[in-house]
Design a protein around this ligand. Sequence first.
Ligand code: HEC
Length: 404
Amino acid sequence: MNQKTTRTYERFPLARRIEHIVMLLSFTTLGLTGLPQKFPTADISVSFVNLIGGIENLRSIHHFAAVVMMLGTAWHILVFGYLAYVRRTRMTMLPTLQDAKDGLQALLYNLGFAKNPPQMGRYTFEEKMEYWAFVWGAIVMGLTGFMMWNPITTIKFLPGEVIPAAKAAHGGEAVLAVLAIIIWHFYGVHIKKLNKSMFTGRMNEEDMLHEHPLELADIKAGIAERPVDPVTLRKRQRLYIPVAAVLTTFMLGGVYGFVNAEDTALETTQRIVPTIEVYVPQTATPAPTQTPTLPPTETPLPSPTMAGTEQPASVSAPTWDGSIGAMLQTKCGTCHGAGALGGLNLSTFADAMNGGNSGVVIVPGDGANSLIVVKQQAGGHPGQLAPEEITQLIEWINAGALEK
Ligand code: HEC
């Protein structure tokens, strides 16, 4: 701590540091409450959801953190407007051709092909990439989040497919963002060089020389900040205040609409049908059961009254309980019992429908494309059914893969 011997330079004013902490907390909360929703069947997700007291609580916290992030973004836009219009600060965060050159230089230096690392200014190419990745992420997450939060409003303007697409994009971008923060940001900022300036607001001369030599040179030359004469400044401030007020109204209105445009599907369903189970971990999607075909009847058409008409007995298709379960347990049970090789357990109907490592293996109604059949027909599996057994299996699946 020989800070007193070296000069330090202001890097981030207090408002910026508060903004960073607000974003840090909301981002972390969003990640912690969002990932269990993306991976709902993972054990850790289930434990976490239980810890929080259920999926509804988790969603409320997620939504609250999202609002905090939206407000933080609105604030950032206002600050940007102020710096750009009133202070006419240099737009040091904009990417330039020099950043591409710096990136290349850094790569060559890291590989040992260049003698010196790139000399960078106020924001390095790495910092700019992170910043713009955050901007991009905020746009994607905001738009897709809106679609999921307000699906009915969304499909007034867009086709219904965008809702599941938004869900996929939201989850995918979330994983990308969390990994980028953990790998790129934590490593680059806090581990590689333990840069604390975003918390202390200042950076010492040695670090400045190392990280931002060109900015240091500008500061020393007195050209880092453009001087604004106080009269012009006050004039611009007077102009900016009403613009900012209008902008703020619009942005707050936007956030209000985001939150209140409609009740989300989960809540709405619950209110309409309070007993409905709205959160169930994913299981194989059952296909519509094929009704067993009736044998051609020679009997005359039933009397018009229909009274006392006997339905002809339907042809009984094989069922799990009837024969299929026992057959699979005998032939496959040694490996696909509790041991579940390939992730596949065939002990019970429910286990079998859960599938294995490749996903669902039984697609009701579609024997030919069910992995269990495909594997068996390919032959050479460590456990093989006889051809007539495969035929039975296909018949069972085609008839809807019924349990009873
Ligand atoms: C001697 C052990 C053994 C027996 C018996 C066996 N399997 Fe397998 N099975 C495996 C192994 C190991 C895997 C994982 C590697 C693979 O996918 O081939 C597997 C994978 C599978 C998969 C793919 C699961 C997935 O999701 O990737 C299916 C389907 C399957 N077995 C069906 C059967 C059926 C049906 C039987 C009974 C007729 C059977 N197996 C008997 C060892 C066995």
